[in-house]
Design a protein around this ligand. Structure first.
Ligand SMILES: C[S@@+](CC[C@H](N)C(=O)[O-])C[C@H]1O[C@@H](n2cnc3c(N)ncnc32)[C@H](O)[C@@H]1O
Length: 263
C-alpha cells in the first residue's frame, strides 16, 4: 500500500534518528518479548536498515529489523545483505509482517506524498504498532516519521505512539547551523507547509531564532553551549520534553500539541 518514490539514501544518514530511538525507546525494546523494528522505505540500498539493527542492538540485544520497500527491485537488491536479525520484505503501509512492531521508522518517505495523505498514513501505521499495556506500564510501539538532508546534518521527526502523535524532535550538527530556523527546510510533511505566520511551528522557530540570537555570547564557548542556553530559554514558553543530556547532542524535543497545525 503506497506509491514508489525516489530511492535516495546514504550510509550513516539516519545516525541522529537511530541514536535518539535507541536512547528514548531502548527500554521498551529491551523488555518486549519480540522486539521487532521496521525500517519502512529504506530506499535504493539497505544501509539504513543495517545501521538501525546495529544501533538498536547496543541497547536491546534481541532486537531485529525488517526492511520494507514498495519497489520490488530494491527488495531484490537488499536480499544479499540479510543476516541474523535482518530480513527484507516487499510491501508498504500495510506492514507485511505478522507481528505488531515495537518500532516503525519511516525516514524521507512521506515527504514525497501529499500533505492531505499524512493523517491517514499515520493512523494506519499507529494501528499496526504494538499496543500499550497498562498492566505492565509498557507504552507500546513507536512510529518515527521524519525528514533529513542528504548527509543527515539536519533532521526533524515526529514520534507517535499507538494513541497518536507525541513529540517533534529537531536534531542538527551544531557546527553547520546559522540559526535554528535553518531546520525549517527539513520539517516533516505534516508541518512543512505550516511554517507560515499564524501557525504554531512558525512561532516556535521564530522564538528559537530569537533565543539563539540572545545566546550569542555563549558562542565563544562553542555552538553546543549556545544551543543549550537557547533551548533553556525556550522552556519558559514551550513544552520542551527532554533535557540537557539530549540538548548536548544538538537536539530538542517538543510536545506535539504545541506545534500541531491549526484547524
Ligand atoms: C527517499 S527514499 C528514503 C530512503 C531511506 N529511508 C533514507 O532516509 O535514506 C524513500 C523510499 O521510500 C519508498 N516508499 C515510498 N512509499 C512507500 C511505502 N508506502 N511503503 C514502503 N516504501 C515506500 C520509496 O520507494 C523509496 O525507496
Amino acid at each position: 500500500m503506497g506509491t514508489v518514490t525516489r530511492g535516495t539514501t546514504n550510509p550513516n544518514r539516519l545516525r541522529r534518528m537511530d541514536r535518539w530511538i535507541a536512547a528514548t525507546h531502548g527500554t521498551e525494546l529491551r523488555r518486549a518479548a519480540d522486539p521487532v523494528a521496521v525500517d519502512l522505505g529504506y530506499g535504493a540500498a539497505p544501509w539504513t536498515a543495517v545501521e538501525l539493527l546495529h544501533r538498536l542492538r547496543t541497547v536491546a540485544p534481541r532486537a531485529h529489523v525488517v526492511g520494507v520497500e514498495i519497489e520490488p527491485a530494491r527488495v531484490a537488491a537488499a536480499l544479499p545483505y540479510e543476516r541474523a536479525g535482518l530480513v527484507f520484505r516487499h510491501g508498504g503501509f500495510e506492514i507485511p509482517i505478522p507481528q505488531r512492531p515495537l518500532l516503525i521508522r519511516a525516514a524521507n518517505v512521506l515527504r514525497q506524498y501529499a500533505e492531505g495523505e499524512v493523517e491517514a498514513v499515520w493512523h494506519r501505521l499507529c494501528g499496526r504498532l504494538a499496543p500499550a499495556d497498562p498492566a505492565t506500564g509498557a507504552r507500546g510501539g513507536l512510529l518515527v516519521e521524519g525528514t533529513c538532508d542528504e548527509i543527515g546534518r539536519r533532521h526533524v521527526w515526529v514520534a507517535l505512539g499507538p494513541e497518536g502523535p507525541r513529540t517533534v524532535t529537531f536534531a542538527t550538527r551544531l557546527g553547520s547551523l546559522d540559526r535554528p530556523s535553518d531546520l525549517a527546510e527539513r520539517l516533516p510533511k505534516a508541518l512543512i507547509h505550516r511554517n507560515v505566520p499564524g501557525e504554531p511551528v512558525h512561532a516556535f522557530l521564530r522564538d528559537f531564532d530569537r533565543a539563539w540570537a540572545a545566546a550569542a555570547p555563549y558562542a565563544s564557548y562553542g555552538a553546543r553551549q549556545r544551543w543549550i542556553r537557547a533551548v533553556r530559554d525556550l522552556t519558559a514558553d514551550w513544552p520542551v520534553a527532554d533535557g540537557p543530556v539530549r540538548w548536548r547532542q544538538g537536539e530538542v524535543t517538543v510536545r506535539w500539541e504545541a506545534l500541531a497545525p491549526r484547524g
